[in-house]
Ligand binder design. Structure first.
Ligand code: TYD
Length: 246
């Protein structure tokens, strides 16, 4: 199943009333193997149980054009600057085609990765200048809403690598490794540091999670963060008719 989907009638013309109350655009960040996908599904299901309409999306990707760019950036050899330019091109289209329209409709958006991935991977880990990244982020995100809250799932790179190995050994068909899967432990430790710096810059609009804790403990933590938002966004959002398929 693709993460790039909405089971809530994306494209509906209904305009809910509560579009501007509280956080709406949530992002999950972390090195591969930190458990983002499991927790993303948990957040979405809690929101839906509370009557909210949720769009789940991902980066790179999240719109037809951005999904094509994802294939290129994950598979084709290129230098760091080319990678950065493609990632921001994909993000621009993702915002315009998917994220901003959903927020306009009053839906929640939960994205598996967003601009802090670029700060951590292309910035801190690959060494591209943060001044360039911030200028591009500003240009790309300028006319609309950026992430309201970021959840960082922090895990030592060695532990994440072991989880990834166990996961692919358990799969019937291991996914073909992409350009990032073959990076070194040292690279992923730099990504981790990049996330720490990004979190520090985000003030209270973030939650730092020790991803070595049990799934249950992490989900309790997520529920505590969600609780006050759900009371602020008590009115149902977006088109409510269809049950969730994920
Ligand atoms: P993802 O789909 O999360 O990979 P995985 O399923 O292996 O966890 O993201 C693909 C890769 O893209 C991931 O290794 C990180 C990288 N990436 C960047 O380097 N910069 C970015 O801005 C984004 C969004 C992703």
């Amino acid at each position: 199943m693709s993460l790039f989907e909405s089971s809530d009638g994306l494209g509906s013309k209904e305009v809910p009333q509560s579009a501007n109350k509280g956080p709406r655009f949530l992002v999950l960040e972390g090195i591969d193997g930190a458990g983002k996908t499991t927790h993303l599904q948990f957040l979405a299901s809690r929101l839906r149980q509370a009557g909210q309409s949720v769009v789940i999306t991902r980066e790179p990707g999240g719109s037809p054009l951005a999904e094509s760019l994802r294939e290129i950036v994950l598979r084709s050899p290129m230098d760091g600057l080319t990678e950065l330019l493609i990632i921001f091109a994909a993000r621009r289209d993702h915002l315009r085609q998917t994220i901003w329209p959903a927020l306009e409709r009053g839906q929640w958006v939960i994205s598996d990765r967003f601009t802090d991935s670029t700060r951590a991977y292309q910035g801190t880990a690959r060494g591209l200048p943060s001044s360039l990244i911030e200028a591009m982020a500003q240009a790309v995100e300028a006319e609309g809403r950026g992430a309201d809250h970021v959840f960082y799932f922090d895990l030592p790179a060695e532990v994440a690598a072991k989880r990834r190995r166990d996961r692919s050994a358990g799969a019937l068909l291991a996914e073909e490794a992409d350009r990032f899967d073959t990076e070194t432990i040292a690279f992923f430790e730099r990504v981790r540091l990049g996330y720490r710096l990004a979190a520090e810059n985000r003030g209270s609009q973030q939650t730092w999670i020790d991803a070595q804790q049990s799934v249950e403990t992490i989900q309790q933590q997520l529920s505590q963060v969600l609780a006050p938002w759900l009371s602020v966004n008590a009115e149902p959002s977006g088109p409510l008719s269809q049950p969730s398929s994920c």
